[in-house]
Design a protein around this ligand. Sequence first.
Ligand SMILES: Nc1ncnc2c1ncn2[C@@H]1O[C@H](COP(=O)(O)OP(=O)(O)OP(=O)(O)O)[C@@H](O)[C@H]1O
Ligand SMILES: [Mg+2]
Length: 357
Amino acid sequence: MNPGAPSSRYAGLDLLASSVLLLGPAGEVRYANPAAENLLELSLKSLQRAPLPELFANGQELAALCAQALAHQYADLRQDLSLQRSGREPLHVITSVSALGEGELLLEMRENVQQLKLDREERILDQSQANKELIRNLAHEIKNPLGGIRGAAQLLELELPPQHPADLKEYTQVIIKEADRLQTLVDRLLAPHRKPHIVGDVNIHEVCERVRSLILAEFPAGLSIRRDYDASIPEFRGDMEQLIQVVLNIAHNAAQALKGRIAAGDAEIVLRTRVARQVTLAKVRYGLALDLHIIDNGPGIAPEIRDRIFYPLVSGREGGSGLGLTLAQTFVQQHLGVIECESRPGLTDFRILLPLP
Ligand SMILES: Nc1ncnc2c1ncn2[C@@H]1O[C@H](COP(=O)(O)OP(=O)(O)OP(=O)(O)O)[C@@H](O)[C@H]1O
Ligand SMILES: [Mg+2]
């Protein structure tokens, strides 16, 4: 063996899409293919600066894995690792180690996509909770002086001399009306944290039927709401009124987006219920979950707000307050579930996943 020129020995590995490294007996990197350089975001030169495990803050796990493979001459030893890199996110990799003989080890690394997805979801959850906290505090701060402003405007109106020009009263009316509008907004912002959680047995199809009749009452012509139910879905514990609000807010958005098609007479909303198995919701794994879709054939969510629709006060609609989806998300999270959305012109699909017993 000639450790001086391993790259020529392993030239074929350069073409592989998976990441491969060749280590010497002390863990030193003798060769890394370009895919490995990419994955680890380190050039071959940097990789060769120190034994591979020493490049990571928690390298001892990797070192232990290598030592084990060497000691027992395993052909393929596999482990999930989260490699800590200074100043960057940890790298989640599924690592296989094979002993090649003469103290050499072949390492194969694959990115652990599932772990990456969980990390991202966790970050989004943290962020949305921080956002909601901020909004709630802000709403409280606005609410307190609002009553005073409205009251003062009313008093002012009473104090106006009888022969005053009519437009003075218009001014006080503007103050009162705008204060009322703000009051409604603030009340909606605070609503999800006020109402008590009333838990009972929920039949999801009862929820869907209620929403269906409410929407059809508001949009009696040009819109059809198709049911696609899986009757085998069991009842679960939850707050029925909250869940109605969730589905109603989403279906209501759909109906509003369908305006054009309602006029043309071919607007459709589909309420689909299914069972999902082995899903992870907000970091917890469940054997069984409700998989509810609310699908419309409208124009899709405007691209400029697509990533932010669940944030409070984000609206793409004239006169919209941008709270419908924030509320829906809060309620779903209170039920330990998640809410997701996919949208393109002609098909918008809101998906709610809730744990089932
Ligand atoms: N099915 C849909 N099709 C197209 N756009 C949608 C759909 N659902 C939501 N949107 C977009 O997302 C935005 C945010 O919705 P959200 O319900 O949070 O607020 P809103 O409807 O604007 O106001 P409100 O607080 O009255 O519900 C909407 O304004 C709309 O632009
Ligand atoms: Mg809405």
